[in-house]
Design a protein around this ligand. Structure first.
Ligand SMILES: [Fe+2]
Ligand SMILES: [Fe+2]
Length: 490
């Protein structure tokens, strides 16, 4: 009996160790909460008030109004929960954007339902949401926007409703994965063509009356102009996505890839003015990318974040060892550990200034302070102790915050392992390399740097294996192949 209890306890211990620690949800201010609540109420009012316009009004109408009102309020709440689940770091501005788009669509249905196709009203916002907040949020939004029709006098044709759901779901699913503006353009051409063909087959070319009680599409236009309108609205939406990106802080895949271009002025400057840091950055990109792939994280985000993590070193490149190429170390000449610690902290502060000037999205700028967390500048702290300077240990720690996401935590670990792996002997065994990686990771864990990162023990194990794989690749590249003296064959 005792054996079973011990085994169960062990199993529970192993299970709990493999679980992701509970993460604090992002705090939303009271005013933002109030605005979000008011928008939800507005959506519910707009979606239901027409039910009170029946005369004479009886108790069933009042009940059906109350039901629709509550249904929309609950749906809006579910939409917020889904978006928070898919994007744990979603900001209140982005939640307000999703709800405002829903409010706009409901208002448009009231004003224009008899003149504009529902496809042109629902699919373009779904594209914005899938690009900025992911496919699941977009699908949840589409289902609420498609099922709720505020005007009881307007009922949508079943076939058209089916086409609307299919097209909007395709846009939601593909929109979240599109990695360039060109792919989005293709989507804005193929979806209207698909809608046109399916409407021709399912709804019928001559069947203008698409709804049961009232004409829905352009009276004179029909299916072709309907699809043309959809294509035009989608193209305009793609044109305006960058505006949404800057106003609401959306980070689309296309924007991430644009920022990861090594010809961007800031990255170009890094390669010219701080070549050592640039090399270090490229190696870190490789380590972090492999680790993120292993745990199923956001690869595009970490690749771009890694590229910008040390741009702050541009303020004084030769104060960092990787750019010194054997020349004099300015820290030795300065001979003041406190001042040296300030220079190190400045690479974070200046990095944030560069990020603001270059208008980097917040999710990318977060990599700058979080990759250093509140780590101790051990070398200079030791120097201060040797000089008997009586100063608090905290003065030799970076100001933080500690990594708040899996991606920034991976970058911190990659940053720590990079120099050690680069310096490792070419003949070192895999076991030795893994030991070095494990020691560095363990020291960060012990120091509490990974506490807010949401990384589980299992994921940390995978990250260590990924770093080892990258090191094996690097070692392989560094091995010189024996070549024949008269190298005539190839
Ligand atoms: Fe750094
Ligand atoms: Fe770094």
């Amino acid at each position: 009996m005792q054996n079973i209890t011990t085994t169960l306890r062990k199993l529970f211990y192993l299970w709990s160790r493999s679980q992701v620690p509970v993460k604090q949800p992002i705090k939303i201010s009271r005013i933002d909460n109030l605005i979000i609540f008011l928008v939800c109420i507005l959506i519910s009012i707009i979606s239901s008030y027409k039910l009170l316009f029946f005369s004479p009004l009886n108790i069933t109408d009042i009940f059906s109004w109350l039901f629709t009102f509550t249904e929309m309020l609950i749906s809006s709440g579910i939409l917020i929960l889904v978006s928070k689940k898919e994007n744990p770091t979603i900001s209140s501005r982005q939640i307000i954007l999703i709800l405002t788009l829903l409010l706009a669509v409901q208002a448009m249905k009231l004003a224009l339902a008899s003149t504009i196709s529902p496809l042109s009203m629902i699919i373009p916002p779904a594209l914005i949401i899938s690009q900025g907040m992911g496919s699941i949020t977009a699908l949840a939004w589409v289902s609420i926007a498609s099922f709720s029709w505020p005007d009881p006098a307007v009922a949508i044709n079943n076939n058209l409703f089916f086409i609307l759901l299919v097209c909007a779901s395709v846009v939601s699913l593909l929109g979240g994965k599109m990695r360039s503006r060109a792919q989005l353009l293709q989507l804005s051409i193929f979806v209207p063509i698909g809608a046109f063909l399916s409407q021709s087959i399912l709804v019928g070319k001559n069947n203008i009356s698409l709804i049961d009680k009232k004409e829905f599409v352009f009276v004179k236009g029909g299916i072709f102009s309907d699809s043309l309108l959809l294509a035009i609205v989608m193209l305009f939406t793609i044109l305006f996505i960058p505006v949404f990106e800057s106003i609401f802080g959306l980070l689309t895949k296309a924007r991430l890839l644009e920022l990861a271009d090594k010809e961007k002025p800031l990255i170009r400057r890094l390669s010219l003015e701080a070549p050592g840091t640039f090399e270090h950055t490229l190696l870190i990109c490789g380590l972090a990318e492999e680790a993120t792939r292993m745990i199923g994280g956001d690869i595009d985000l970490i690749k771009t974040g890694a590229l910008y993590h040390d741009v702050g070193k541009l303020h004084a490149p030769n104060w960092f060892i990787e750019n010194q190429d054997g020349s004099k170390n300015p820290h030795d000449e300065l001979d003041d550990p406190i001042k040296s610690a300030e220079v190190l902290q400045a690479h974070v502060d200046e990095g944030l200034k560069f990020a603001r000037k270059s208008r980097l999205p917040k999710l990318i700028a977060n990599f700058i302070p979080e990759h250093q967390g509140t780590l101790k500048m051990g070398y200079f702290f030791q120097k201060a102790k040797e000089k008997n300077i009586d100063i608090n240990e905290n003065y030799f720690r970076y100001k933080g915050p500690i990594p708040q996401s899996k991606e920034t935590a991976i970058l911190m670990l990659a940053d720590g392992c990079e120099a050690a792996l680069r310096a490792m002997n070419i003949n070192a065994s895999d076991k030795e390399a893994l030991e070095t990686i494990s020691n560095i990771v363990y020291s960060r864990q012990k120091d509490g740097q990974l506490n807010d990162s949401n990384l589980s023990k299992g994921e940390i194990f995978l990250i260590k294996r990924a770093f080892l794989n990258v090191w094996k690749r690097i070692r392989h590249r560094r091995i010189q192949y024996p070549t024949s003296k008269n190298n005539t064959f190839s």
